[in-house]
Design a protein around this ligand. Structure first.
Ligand code: SOE
Length: 386
């Protein structure tokens, strides 16, 4: 079995999530290649060394430009913040590396298109980290929709609610800096909703949005880990340059209507991503915090027994579940990363197509930018015009 040597840029929250997935992949799936964590890259050698030892990487690098040129690296996994995705991905493509990149693909649709073009020109495999597509219950929803079980879709309504920055003294971390993250809740959380809409409903024709930054300035950050951070008492206050909440409406090309809400100010909601799809034959409801379940309503049910039923998507027949545990022994957030890396490494080993790839990343950035333009110009914007 050929070995696929992974070089990873970044070692914080997504670096740990990806490393965990890559380490466990071979225990539960056979992608046709053996994955090896070859080198972990980050600027601080001491911290990278600690993370590499913890995650199981063989070596470290402190310069991504060196990492992407190494002949013993087959795949570059970009888990660093959005502002460096473009330079790393294009350099990796030019060096013939397969590329996995966290979402959103880039700070703008123009940059995203450049990344896609470089990957296509290089003929390398590319995938973007829309991991929620790989929740078995969401794949079951896709099967029901594609099988016509809910008929013609009329509505898609989605929300992604978090509350980790409702404290006005929470420090100014990179996710709150436009020059690094590109946007706030819109590109970080809304991007997932946009991709799921593309995956489950279809393309969007036009959008109109609104956004708000509730807390205009915050203390400079001292230390950040995941979604927690601290600052010193003497920290200087700096302006927040991203949205705290963004909402938008869409008309899909197939005539369905969509509403989207992404916020980090929904007190009490920690990682509450959910959606509902209404068709003329039934409905589907999903809540990530109950990610093994799918709510399904069949309009054909007899009136005496009609209602939403809860399907627990943990049977062996449900996507990916035969690889894990017996029915009822549910899975979690981390397994969605194992599934997406199974599909990506299998596509590399077998030369087959994979999704979501950078074309999906470009489509997402196109909608993100269209919504931003609609907010600036206070009017509907055709997605195709971006
Ligand atoms: C922070 O909002 C975050 O880690 C996102 O960046 C991830 O994409 C999401 O899966 C969980 O929340």
């Amino acid at each position: 079995m050929r070995t696929l040597n992974v070089g990873m840029v970044g070692y914080k929250f997504m670096g740990k999530a990806h490393s965990n997935a890559l380490q466990r992949l071979g225990m539960f799936f056979d992608p046709g290649v053996k994955v090896h964590l070859k080198a972990l890259c980050g600027r601080d050698a001491e911290w990278v060394r600690k993370a590499a030892d913890q995650f199981g990487f063989e070596e470290i690098e402190t310069d991504w430009e060196k990492l992407v040129t190494r002949s013993d690296i087959d795949l570059i996994d970009i888990t660093a913040p959005s502002n460096v995705h473009k330079q790393i991905a294009i350099a990796a493509a030019k060096n013939g590396k397969h590329i996995f990149c966290e979402k959103p693909l880039a700070l703008s649709v123009g940059d995203a298109r450049e990344i896609l073009a470089a990957a296509q020109a290089a003929g390398v495999k590319h995938q973007i980290g829309f991991n929620y597509r790989f929740a078995p219950a969401i794949l079951l929803a896709k099967q029901l929709i594609d099988g016509g079980k809910i008929g013609t879709i009329r509505h898609f309504r989605a929300k992604y609610l978090q509350d980790w920055i409702i404290d006005p003294m929470f420090p100014l971390v990179w996710r709150l800096d436009k020059s690094v993250a590109g946007s706030g809740s819109h590109g970080d959380l809304g991007a997932h909703l946009i991709d799921l809409a593309h995956f489950l409903v279809g393309d969007m024709d036009r959008v109109i949005g609104m956004s708000r930054t509730f807390v205009k300035e915050r203390p400079e950050v001292g230390v950040m880990q995941g979604l927690t951070a601290s600052s010193s008492d003497s920290a200087e206050m700096k302006p927040v340059t991203v949205d705290d909440a963004t909402l938008f409406l869409t008309e899909f090309e197939n005539g369905a209507l969509g509403s989207f809400e992404a916020t980090r100010f929904a007190a009490g909601h920690k990682n509450d991503m959910s959606f509902e799809i209404n068709g003329d034959k039934g409905s589907i409801r999903f809540e990530f915090e109950r990610m093994n379940e799918l709510q399904y309503y069949d309009a054909a049910d007899d009136t005496s027994v009609c209602g939403f039923r809860t399907i627990q998507a943990s049977e062996g027949c449900h996507p990916y579940m035969s690889a894990w545990w017996p029915v009822g022994h549910v899975i979690g957030y981390e397994q969605t990363f194992v599934h997406e890396f199974f599909e990506f490494t299998k596509s590399i080993a077998g030369g087959t197509a994979t999704a979501p790839d950078f074309t999906d990343g470009v489509k997402c950035c196109q909608v993100l930018d269209a919504v931003d333009k609609s907010i600036t110009e206070e009017r509907w914007i055709k997605v195709s015009s971006i």
